[in-house]
Design a protein around this ligand. Structure first.
Ligand SMILES: [Zn+2]
Length: 363
């Protein structure tokens, strides 16, 4: 995460209640009973799950798969889920192989149920009613009110586009990210701390199913920022590599602390931060010409000096890219702007001449 989530980030009551039901079911499946209404709790949420044919069948299929295993296996699965509910405690422990003991047949049914609780159960009318009438759009609105509109993982995009003249309940909503991916950690598929919205690029393009605790490329354990208290914003900076024709922006991710460095590297690998930020400023001259629009070298110097004031927390939360643009101004303030100005001036004159030629040629 670039910025940690706010301490008062709301939990979605539907996830909280479904997570409780999952735990109840696993505990009461230890004696290998025939699947019945008593396999679920007496809560309104359990009744809503029971009343939905597909959800009930997913519970039943997992019950059957559990019955085919030993009691020791059933107990170990329940205890693993029960003993790892403290999401904050998972991060220092990095238990990436939490479910390695689960046989494949059982894992498939566990995944099928947990995926369905997230994809197919959370939006059922009875389920929403059982959680106090809240649906995920309400939670999304509340989440944005607390955490702002800008993606906390990257700071580069809004979590979702905001449309004027449209009520909150009908705004486009971002998908929720399973911070610990649901394929490897299905037991956290509806854990309320494991789910929050991030931008589409972070969720669907960059992160996908990457593991926060294990790097598949190196085959090594790695550390991850705990998203509710830790972020990279104090540990990153931009540098500008000067050359005559094409100055380049480079992201700096450094810490003398090996654990913090590992967290930075994980964040970068999972969300492709370096590639995305350096891509944003890939043509620094174009960025300066289009965004800063200097009229002269003194004008560029004055604009850079003025933009060194740090952005406010409010602006960081409402306008995408503000954090990184400020870092860019800090980097610009540390170099001789003569070279940047000369590249911008050269390119703009060249493009101006090309455009003029085209007009004269009647294109
Ligand atoms: Zn993002």
């Amino acid at each position: 995460m670039l910025f940690p989530l706010e301490p008062n980030t709301p939990e979605f009551a539907v996830f909280t209640a479904l997570n409780v039901e999952l735990l109840y079911f696993l505990e009461h499946a230890i004696p290998a009973r025939r699947f019945s209404r008593r396999s679920l709790s007496g809560s309104q949420m359990a009744q809503a799950c029971w009343d939905n044919v597909t959800t009930k069948k997913k519970f039943q299929a997992l019950n059957t798969a559990l019955k085919n295993e030993s009691e020791a296996m059933r107990r170990q699965l329940f205890e693993t889920v029960r003993d790892n509910q403290d999401f904050a405690a998972l991060f220092p422990l990095r238990r990436h192989a939490l479910l390695a003991f689960v046989p494949r047949v059982l894992m498939l049914q566990l995944q099928a149920l947990c995926y369905h609780l997230y994809n197919g159960t959370k939006d059922l009318a009875g389920v929403k009613a059982a959680a106090g009438g809240w649906d995920i759009n309400d939670h999304f609105t509340d989440f944005m009110a607390v955490n702002g509109q800008v993606c906390r993982a990257c700071g580069l995009e809004k979590v979702a586009p905001f449309r004027a003249n449209v009520p909150d309940s009908e705004q486009w909503r971002a998908d929720y990210d399973h911070f610990l991916c649901k394929s490897k950690y299905p037991i956290f598929a509806v854990h309320p701390k494991n789910l929050f919205p991030i931008c589409r690029t972070c969720n669907q393009d960059a992160k996908k199913t990457k593991d926060m605790f294990f790097c598949s490329a190196s085959g090594q354990l790695r550390h991850s920022f705990y998203p509710y208290t830790e972020g990279a914003s104090e540990l990153v900076g931009l540098d500008i590599e000067l050359n005559d024709t094409s100055p380049k922006v480079r992201v700096r991710l450094e810490s003398d602390d090996p654990v913090l460095k590992s967290k930075l590297d994980t964040w970068n690998d999972v969300f492709e931060i370096k590639n995305l930020v350096e891509g944003r400023y890939l043509s620094l001259a174009h960025h300066v010409a289009d965004r800063i629009r200097p009229q002269s070298l003194p004008d560029l110097q004055a604009q850079v000096a003025r933009a060194l004031y740090p952005p406010t927390p409010a602006s960081l939360g409402r306008t995408e890219g503000v954090f990184w643009d400020h870092k860019l101004y800090v980097a610009l303030s540390a170099i001789d702007l003569n070279l940047i100005w000369s590249v911008v001036e050269f390119q703009e004159q060249e493009h101006g001449a090309t455009g003029g030629d085209a007009i004269l040629a009647g294109v």
